[in-house]
Design a protein around this ligand. Structure first.
Ligand code: FA5
Length: 338
């Protein structure tokens, strides 16, 4: 037995010295000291040795165990340090290397311009309101003085959901909804998506409009002019001129189309303004008294103005974009410029 223990101890010592990796050290640990290990086997058989030898054998076995354990843990620690150094060498992090550029997204140009327009009107005391995009024919047309057979309905190519429900063709649909629920005075803007069955370089089936209206006693066309001047001068610069051109909308009387002096040639005449020096920007007018009757307001007491603009159109004028379809083709080379 004593010889056996000595042989095991020597053999383990030799094998541990020869081990060339952490893995082989761990294998040797199992081989000698694991549950079914050689030395563990000897310790287990201690019970079957004669009583008089048991003590001595036990002591020598324990000494051998401690000696092998020591040797194993020394080599284990050495290999661990070696491997750590190797990892540190090969996976060295150079904190001075510049980072990768992660492209960040930004707001769509129409959203940027819409946000700017909203902040101009809110600074003038207008409240922001919203209405549904799937709208009753009543609010989109009838309440705006366009009964079912009215020829003005043809001015807007409507997507009908049913005979009485449409995709709203303009944000003017919000006017009567707001007036029904609120008494004057009112100062409201209503931005949002609108839909028309229409597509070419200046028209798309889904676009954004912003409606604005003010109702109170003694609101005049000059108030409309003053408000629009602040808006136009802020967006296009203080030298931009405004022109009111007579027009027709069933819900305003009188009605006007508002032009601004061409942002490219400053009024001298160029391709963009077709040599007129002017660019159309929005529709407006004094709210037709029939709309007040629809909303339950007394037209003898209240007057008001309304205007409506296409946000893509304003964005095109602001940045000199000549094709409205670019906004919704999702070409990052175009969108990245804003
Ligand atoms: C209207 O929609 C009226 N509701 C505006 C209004 C409001 C007048 C209040 C008076 C009082 P119009 O159909 O002209 O008007 O459209 C207004 C703007 O929407 C146009 O000047 C244009 O910039 C934009 N627009 C119209 N159709 C399209 C389209 N298919 N694609 C992109 N923009 C469009």
């Amino acid at each position: 037995m004593l010889n056996d223990i000595q042989t095991i101890k020597n053999l383990a010592g030799e094998e541990i010295e020869k081990a060339d990796s952490l893995k082989s050290i761990q294998e040797l640990k199992i081989k000698y000291l694991g549950k079914k290990g050689i030395l563990t086997g000897k310790l287990k058989s201690l019970g079957s040795t004669p009583q008089e030898d048991r003590r001595e054998y036990g002591r020598i076995l324990n000494e051998a165990k401690i000696c092998i354990e020591d040797l194993l843990s020394k080599h284990e620690a050495a290999f661990k340090t070696l491997e750590l150094n190797k990892t540190l060498q090969t996976q060295r992090i150079d904190v001075t290397v510049p980072g990768y550029f992660i492209p960040a997204g930004h707001l769509h140009p129409t959203t940027q311009v819409l946000d700017e327009i909203i902040s101009i009107f809110t600074s003038l005391g207008f409240n922001v309101e919203e209405g549904p995009e799937v709208e009753l024919d009543f609010y989109n047309f009838e309440a705006l003085n366009m009964p079912k057979d009215h020829p003005a309905r043809d001015m807007q190519d409507t997507f009908y959901i049913t005979e009485d429900i449409v995709l709203r063709t303009h944000t003017s649909s919000v006017q009567v909804r707001i007036m029904e629920k609120n008494a004057p005075p009112l100062r409201v803007i209503a931005p949002g998506k609108v839909y028309r069955c229409d597509a070419d370089v200046t028209h798309i089936p889904m676009f954004h409009q912003l409606e604005g209206f003010m109702v109170d006693r003694d609101i005049k066309m000059s108030d409309l002019k003053g408000v629009l001047e602040v808006f136009i001068h802020t967006v296009f610069g203080p030298d931009t001129k405004l022109r009111f051109r007579p027009s027709f909308f069933p819900f305003t009387e009188p009605s006007a189309e508002i032009d601004i002096s061409c942002v490219i040639c400053k009024g001298a005449g160029c391709n963009v303004c077709k040599n007129t020096g002017w660019l159309e920007i929005l529709g407006a007018g004094m709210i037709n008294p029939r709309i007040f009757e629809m909303a339950g307001y007394d037209p003898d007491q209240y007057t008001g103005f309304a205007f409506g603009m296409g946000i893509e159109r304003v964005t095109m004028l602001k940045y000199g974009i000549d094709d409205i379809r670019l906004f919704y083709e999702n070409d990052i080379r175009f969108l990245g410029q804003f």
